[in-house]
Design a protein around this ligand. Structure first.
Ligand code: ADP
Ligand code: MG
Length: 316
């Protein structure tokens, strides 16, 4: 969907992005990760030409992005950032409809689309006519994402979108993004410096340092086959075990027989990391597991977390 061929960008003689070769596949959730100043935002902004690349080629659906009118390019790409940029004197509904107004949708269609997006982002209909300052940070961020998705863009670009939120709100929005990605199947490129966020959201990670790509691949590849010490250190040796747990689901580790295991069930799609928290909080060694419909479908044994593949990967 989006390809970088030997793309570089310098600011005042200093490289911000060097010789990038990247492929953001259609429908994939890609995450650019790295410390502050590593070139993540520059890379993201080159995709919608908020920053123009100096050399190399960037192709979007096969076409060099410079050959596309910039407004058309941006219409095809939603963009959501941390500082949201909601218009303070516009209501929630008006903010979400920004691009739809520009595209001259009819009033009735806009109203329907706003309702649909608010439902998708878990925003109560009663918030429709509020102004941004009357919303919580998490709600504002949801409006920002709804606005970015309004015109059904082919690509969603997100730059540290949840960076300013408290951990609970942030976790809730991350879960929403995973759900939205599953429902809409959009191509998403997200920038973050937060390792856990990257592991939670991305099906492909691109780790950057000093404007260069150090390693790219699936989260599991980066954790279990780090290309060098930088990658190993970045993901933190001591926390590797917990991080691997965050990539595996309860469903993959449960046993199918669940005869009379008591307690509030874990959900099969939950990560093993969240299951571990449940075991610790509830001081038990086995918990029932329920599927998406809430029907009990198995049981998870604490000791299986210690003997399974995850344990093997950490030992390796
Ligand atoms: P990140 O998003 O990973 O924190 P950036 O892509 O924002 O990193 O920045 C990479 C490097 O480029 C940094 O050294 C930063 O100071 C520099 N840089 C980014 N944008 C500009 C700009 N508009 N003008 C000058 N230097 C910039
Ligand atoms: Mg940045």
């Amino acid at each position: 969907m989006i390809e970088f061929h030997d793309v570089s960008k310098t600011f005042a003689g200093r490289p911000a992005a060097s010789h990038l070769n990247l492929h953001f596949a259609e429908g994939a959730f890609s995450v650019l990760i790295g410390t502050s100043g590593s070139g993540k935002s520059t890379t993201l902004k080159m995709i919608n030409r908020l920053v123009e690349h100096d050399s190399g080629q960037i192709r979007f659906a096969g076409e060099e992005i410079r050959s596309l009118p910039v407004l058309e390019l941006r219409r095809r790409m939603g963009y959501a950032i941390q500082s949201i940029g909601l218009f303070p004197h516009w209501t929630v509904a008006q903010n979400i409809a920004t691009v739809l107004q520009l595209e001259k949708w009819t009033k009735a269609r806009i109203a329907d689309r706003v309702d649909e997006l608010m439902a998708l982002l878990g925003l109560e209909p009663s918030l429709r006519d509020r102004y941004p300052h009357q919303l919580s940070g998490g709600q504002q961020q949801r409006v920002g994402v709804a606005r970015a998705l309004a015109a059904n863009p082919q690509v969603l670009l997100m730059d540290e979108p949840f960076g300013a939120l408290d951990p609970v709100t942030r976790g809730a929005l991350q879960a929403e993004m995973t759900r939205i990605h599953r429902i809409l199947g959009r191509t998403i490129v997200l920038v973050t410096h937060d390792i856990d966020e990257a592991l939670r959201l991305g099906d492909r990670l691109i780790l950057m340092d000093q404007g260069e790509v150090v390693q790219q691949g699936s989260p599991l590849e980066l954790l279990t086959h780090p290309a060098n010490d930088f990658v190993r250190e970045f993901f933190g040796r001591s926390e590797l075990g917990v991080r691997l747990l965050s990539l595996r689901t309860v469903g993959e580790y449960m046993r199918s027989q669940s005869d009379a295991v008591a307690g509030e069930p874990l959900r099969a799609q939950m990560s093993l990391r969240d299951a571990l928290s449940a075991f610790v909080a509830r001081r038990c060694e086995v918990l029932p597991v329920a599927d998406e419909q809430g029907v009990t479908c198995g049981a998870l044994h604490f000791r299986d977390l210690l003997t399974g593949e995850v344990a093997g990967e950490v030992g390796a």
